[in-house]
Every structure is written in C-alpha cells, then in structure tokens.
Design a protein around this ligand. Structure first.
Ligand code: GLC
Length: 543
C-alpha cells in the first residue's frame, strides 16, 4: 500500500519527461551528411536525414559544435557562440533544422563549450591585448615563476604543458586543451553572465537542451597548487595522465556554476542539461546537484571505460544504481566522438550484445552516430591524421579520427555521404556495412538496433521500470526489468565468445524469448535453465 499523500514509484515514473523516456542520438556534424559537395557534413545534410532518425525511433538529436571556429579542435574551439560556421550552413539553415526536428516530434540538443574559447574569440583577443584590458581577467593569466618557468606543473589534455607564454604582456595563460583553446576564468562574474546570455540566446530560439563540454573542468583550484604525480602512469597513456588532476578539475565551486546554468534552463519549459564528466561514480553523481539542482544527466561513461567483463560490469551497474540520488535519473553511453567505437573495443559480435545492454539498462541511452550500423574505427594513415590529439602525441595511437569517419548510408561512391571526396576517409567496408543494405537484412546491426529501440520504447518496464540484478559470473550478466503495470523482462547476456550456461539457483522463471542477437531463437519458450551461444544476448518476456 502506498502511504497517503505519496505517489507510488510507478506513478511518479509514468510522468516521465522526454529526456527520461527517449533515446539521444549524437551527430558529429562534419561526418553525418554533406549537402553541398564540399566533402564535409552540414545542417542541410542533417535535415535530409531526419526521417531516418525518426524511423529509427530516437527522441533527441545532440549536435557536436556547429559554431564559427578556426577548427583547431574541430569546433570545440569556438570564436562566436551565437553564430553558425559557414561550413555547416547559415542561421537560416539552423532555424529550419530546429523547425524540422520539432515538426517530427523530436528534440534538439546543442553542444555548449563554456570552459574555453578559441584563441581567436574577440574576448581572448581583447584579453591578451594588454594587462589592463577590461577582459584581462576573463581568462587565466599568471606570472612566470622567478626562473621564468610555468606557474605550476599542470599539463594539457592534448600534450605538453597547459601554460602558454604571451610575449606581448609577459604572462602565461592557462589552457586545459590546445593553446588555441584558452580557459575562461569562471570565477569572474562577467564571464558567468556572458555565458548565461549565450544559453538564453539558444533557449529563446527554442532548442531543447545543452550538452555541456568538460563540465568538471570549469573551475580550478584558487591557489593553483601543483597536481600530484600519478604513481600508476603507463607510457602508452596520454602525457596528461602523468599527473592526477586533483587541483585542475572537479573543484567544489563548480557546483555553484552548474546550479546557475540549471536556473537558466528552468526558466524555460522542459529543457535539459547533460554534463560531460569523466569522473568516478561517487564524484559523478554530485553533478546532479543538491536536491537535483544540477545537471539532468551527468554523462555516465562507465561502459566506455570498463573492461568487457560480466562480473565487473554487473558490479559497476549496481554501484551506479546504488550511488544515484533519489532525484537522479540514470543514463548510459556506449560511444562518442572522443572514444574508440564499441565494435573496435569489443568486436562486431560483442557489439550486438552491447546494444542489448545499452538499450535495456535503466536510464536514458545515448547512441553515437553509426554505431547502429556497426561502423568500426577506420585506420587513418599517418599522413591523413587530422585530430590534434593524434598529431600532438603521434606515438601513442590516440587520434580520435578513426571514430569520426563519414556515416555510411549506401554502397555508392562516398557512401551517400557526399558526392565529393570526404574530409576523412571512409571505411573500406562501407559497401556492405551501410544503412541501405542493412535496413532489410534481418540479421544486420541496424535491424537489431531498430527492433531493440521499438521494444524498449513500447514497454514501460524498459523506459520506466526498475533494474533488478539477477546473476553474473565470468561469462554471463543477467538482470530483470520490471514495472508493476507491465510485463517483466529478463535479459541474459553472454559477454564471451564461448557457449555459456544460465542456471540461476534461486530464481525459477518461465518466459518467451522476444528478442535475441540470434533471431532464429526468438519465440522459444525457456525456463530455469538454458544454454547460450557465444556472443549471444537475449531478452525474455516473463510469464
Ligand atoms: C570534450 C570534447 C572533445 C574536445 C574537448 C575540448 O572532451 O568532447 O572532443 O576535444 O572537450 O573541448
């Protein structure tokens, strides 16, 4: 019985918002669809492909940055927060895109990059023009140490020191990423106001939310203390990992800023904020903010980082579920433009199992463009590498280009992405791995995704139900999804290539396989004991 005055869990859950019940799809605009034959994707291209996204069943599109930018970091170095880069189109194209997205009942999420600007942004040009420029304090300027060296030992994400010397004004400025991406000083109230105005500008236009870039970087230690040495550093890692980012990231004051951003969003109806945050779970969940006054979805990257091992994943899922505050809605990410694709981390067959996992866990899934057709990391020859992370640390194989190659739409020259040579080379397998050829193939990755999405979106147990861990061992991960007003499901995943045997000791059940990575097995009745093929995942509707 529900105590008087308290809504039952499922009553609360039936009032879900779009970003809770729907699926988010990340588009890397350079690589989705070219419409003007320059080999680079653009907004009209995205518009042309919206029907595909609608067909796939996704709720919201998140676009990586489309703003004016010198493209030192492919758009994450912004020189005008309120414009559109001509490569991608015009503001009219943007308005049209927003309208077309909404006309289809979908939502549009933009990338907001508040931690740093481009070094060509007028704010920075002013800031570096003289020490007494009114915008000097908008960025992080420090004197050299007496011996002329950098103010502290902090390192940049893309290699080398995080401090760049400015000859004109004889000070260093801080950049967590490239020297072309100076960090803003978020302790300065004018900076806050300026960025909140940027948010208002896009929200007034009607966008539905922001994905906030490197949210945990926004505030630095007030005393700029040296970061400690990382005792576990391995030479293959990025040089930035030589230190633990104790003082350069995740400072307590950041939550105040996130709350302010949230207040901006809350002035509009049903807008949302995702935070890009690479931190351990106990720290990640603090970004929901006190009583949920922070990010709606602090991105949960565990599936990107953890070894592909059933017991470890089971433990991590439970840890995450346990760490979530009661007001915190979960979310799961399997790929993005900064990480190797799932197919290249766990293999094509296991990527099918991963799809089952992503789309049956509790919380909002984010799909990275192309993962739904099983796109793989494309080997980019050294001479063609574009990503600064790859170029700056050439011996470490850290280029993000392989996961950013053009979307494979069909088997025509340039895969239907463009009529001209694309900015980044296509996968040599695009003629067989593409949307058109996979659409009607019952065994393709795309069909698997489409069917999983259909099932997920129609069953309350998946969109709004509870997560109940059932079993895990060296091979198998099994859990239930239940909702008091809907059928319950048992999901059993074999995370290895060898056959595995599922025999939960205390949990007798009966059910029907409604979806399997091996579609041949669908419709079968199963109970209490069964064998799984290697790389098999199944969804059982329980009787
Ligand atoms: C984020 C983006 C990444 C970018 C970096 C700097 O991590 O996802 O692509 O390089 O921020 O803006």
């Amino acid at each position: 019985m529900t105590p008087y005055g308290m809504a039952s869990q499922s009553q609360v859950k039936s009032q879900q918002l779009w970003w809770q019940s729907g699926i988010i799809y990340q588009i890397y605009p350079r690589s989705f669809q070219d419409s003007n034959a320059d080999g680079i994707g653009d907004l009209q291209g995205v518009i042309n492909r919206l029907d595909y996204l609608k067909w796939l069943g996704i709720q919201a599109v998140w676009l990586s940055p489309i703003y004016p930018s010198p493209m030192a970091d492919y758009g994450y170095d912004i020189s005008d927060y309120q414009g559109i880069h001509p490569i991608f189109g015009s503001m009219d194209d943007f308005d049209q895109l927003l309208e077309e997205v909404h006309r289809r009942g979908m939502k549009l999420i933009l990338d907001l990059v508040p931690n740093h600007t481009s070094d060509q942004h007028p704010w920075f040009l002013e800031s570096k023009s003289s020490r007494d420029n009114p915008k000097r304090d908008w960025y992080i300027w420090k004197d050299a140490l007496p011996d002329g060296s950098e103010p502290n030992n902090w390192l940049a994400m893309f290699g080398g020191t995080a401090w760049e010397w400015d000859e004109t004004t004889q000070q260093y400025y801080y950049h967590a990423f490239l020297k072309e991406q100076p960090d803003l000083n978020w302790r300065n109230p004018e900076v806050r106001e300026a960025m909140m105005n940027v948010m208002h500008y896009w929200l007034k236009k009607g966008i539905d939310g922001f994905r906030v870039d490197v949210m945990w970087h926004m505030v630095k230690d007030a005393h700029f203390r040296n970061n400690p040495i990382n005792p576990d550093y391995q030479p293959h890692q990025a040089t930035v990992d030589q230190l633990l980012a104790v003082y350069s990231t995740d400072q307590p004051e950041v939550h105040d800023i996130v709350r302010q951003m949230r207040e901006v969003l809350d002035a509009y109806e049903e807008r949302m904020m995702i935070g890009e945050i690479y931190l351990p779970v106990h720290k990640l969940v603090t970004y929901y903010g006190e009583n949920g006054s922070g990010a709606h979805l602090p991105f949960n990257f565990q599936l990107l980082n953890l070894p592909w091992n059933a017991t470890q994943l089971a433990a991590a899922i439970s840890q995450y579920e346990g760490a979530l505050p009661e007001y915190g809605w979960p979310n799961w990410v399997l790929g993005n433009h900064d990480q190797p694709r799932i197919t290249s981390r766990v293999g094509l067959q296991q990527a099918r199992v991963a799809a089952l996992l992503l789309l049956t866990l509790r919380g909002t899934p984010t799909i990275y463009y192309g993962d739904e057709i099983g796109m793989q990391d494309v080997p980019i020859p050294f001479s063609e590498v574009q990503d600064p992370q790859g170029l700056n640390m050439p011996d470490k194989n850290l280029s993000r280009d392989p996961a950013r190659t053009p979307m494979q739409w069909n088997a025509s020259t340039y895969a239907g992405f463009s009529s001209e040579k694309p900015w980044l080379r296509l996968s040599s397998t695009y003629r067989r791995l593409n949307v058109e050829s996979e659409k009607d193939n019952p065994f393709s990755m795309l069909t698997l995704y489409k069917r999983l999405i259909d099932l997920r979106q129609k069953e309350l147990s998946f969109t709004a139900g509870d997560y109940i861990p059932v079993y895990s061992d060296q091979q198998i991960l099994a859990y239930k999804r239940t909702h008091e007003n809907a059928p319950a499901f048992l999901i059993v995943l074999n995370l290895t290539h060898r056959p595995a045997y599922f025999k939960p000791e205390h949990d007798a059940f009966k059910g029907t396989i409604v979806l399997s990575t091996l579609p041949e097995e669908e419709g079968q009745e199963v109970d209490s004991y069964f064998a799984l093929s290697g790389d098999q995942g199944i969804i059982i509707r329980l009787h």
